[in-house]
Design a protein around this ligand. Structure first.
Ligand code: A2P
Length: 277
């Protein structure tokens, strides 16, 4: 079972969590129940995913029906930033998320996108800082920020995000950004860690999987862990959830890592609401 990685705010994050993007509300109960039963402790959600009420219901049902305390789980949500990215909108959206989930204080809250055209992510970040000070969220973080945007947050507020969640997989390893994160103790957490599943058909990855007697998904997730990062693979299927969680027992050697490094081509498999990725 993958371990926990330390965050710069003194808390710890499971290296592998369950991504909830594209999990339909009607699938949430079964998906979350099976994942938590298999050992997942991090549920990576967002208001944009349109399933928060169902996610909250599933978590409350785990406590009531199966005796799994809500406190055993880390639940994340993200501020989407529409119609505007602002301090007040972040506060209002956080309240909506709190009431949709209805599970008490949140474990993690992220700014979902920097939306640089609005140039308001610094003030928005102050809302997350205040929510943390109020004890309504434990860890505050961002997604999809570049080094310049992170620098502004840090210089103008003095508060370093604990995590930057960005698209990453062997096509898009994000080496420069990872090095920047390392300087500030920011954890790199990968979304679309399997490239929306597209990495699993790549011949080099299939070859490495055959060599180790594991699956292509396990090779890709073992690569994330070898880089010291976290990842949130999404699957609604119990057997794939189990397979993904077991990726920490796959150890890639230098030759595997070199073959995976050679796959870098800058391909994005996700979409951005922004004018830039
Ligand atoms: P499903 O939910 O039907 O299992 P990413 O996390 O990079 O966005 O990738 C998610 C996609 O990869 C989903 O389509 C998911 O499908 C699929 N997927 C997740 N885990 C595995 C796995 N172990 N083997 C094959 N496909 C997987």
């Amino acid at each position: 079972m993958p371990g926990f990685l330390p965050l710069n705010d003194g808390t710890h994050l499971p290296a592998l969590g369950l991504g909830l993007y594209k999990v339909a509300p009607g699938e949430c109960a079964a998906t979350i129940t099976s994942a938590v039963g298999l050992g997942y402790r991090l549920l990576d959600g967002a208001s944009f995913y349109g399933n928060e009420r169902a996610v909250g219901e599933a978590i409350r049902a785990l406590e009531q029906d199966r005796g799994i305390p809500r406190e055993d789980l880390l639940v994340a949500s993200k501020f989407w930033g529409e119609p505007v990215q602002s301090y007040d909108q972040a506060m209002a959206d956080f309240e909506a998320t709190e009431s949709a989930l209805d599970i008490g204080p949140l474990d993690l809250y992220y700014i979902h996108w920097p939306r640089p055209s609005q140039d308001n992510y610094v003030d928005t970040w102050r809302a997350l800082v205040d929510l943390q000070a109020q004890g309504r969220v434990h860890t505050i973080a961002v997604c999809n920020f570049n080094a310049e945007e992170l620098t502004r947050l840090i210089e103008e507020t003095g508060v370093v995000p604990a995590i930057n969640q960005v698209e990453s997989h062997p096509w898009l390893p994000q080496h420069e950004l990872r090095a920047f994160h390392a300087r500030y103790g920011i954890l790199t957490q990968a979304w679309s860690p399997l490239g929306r599943g597209r990495m699993l058909a790549v011949p080099a990855i299939r070859g490495i999987a055959a060599k180790h007697g594991c699956t292509p998904a396990q090779v890709v997730l073992a690569w994330h862990l070898a880089l010291g990062g976290a990842a949130i693979p999404k699957s609604t299927r119990a057997e794939r959830q189990r397979e993904n969680l077991a990726a920490d027992s796959v150890f890639l050697d230098a030759d595997d890592m070199a073959r995976l490094a050679a796959l870098e081509n800058g391909t994005h498999t996700g979409t951005s609401p922004d004018e830039r990725r």
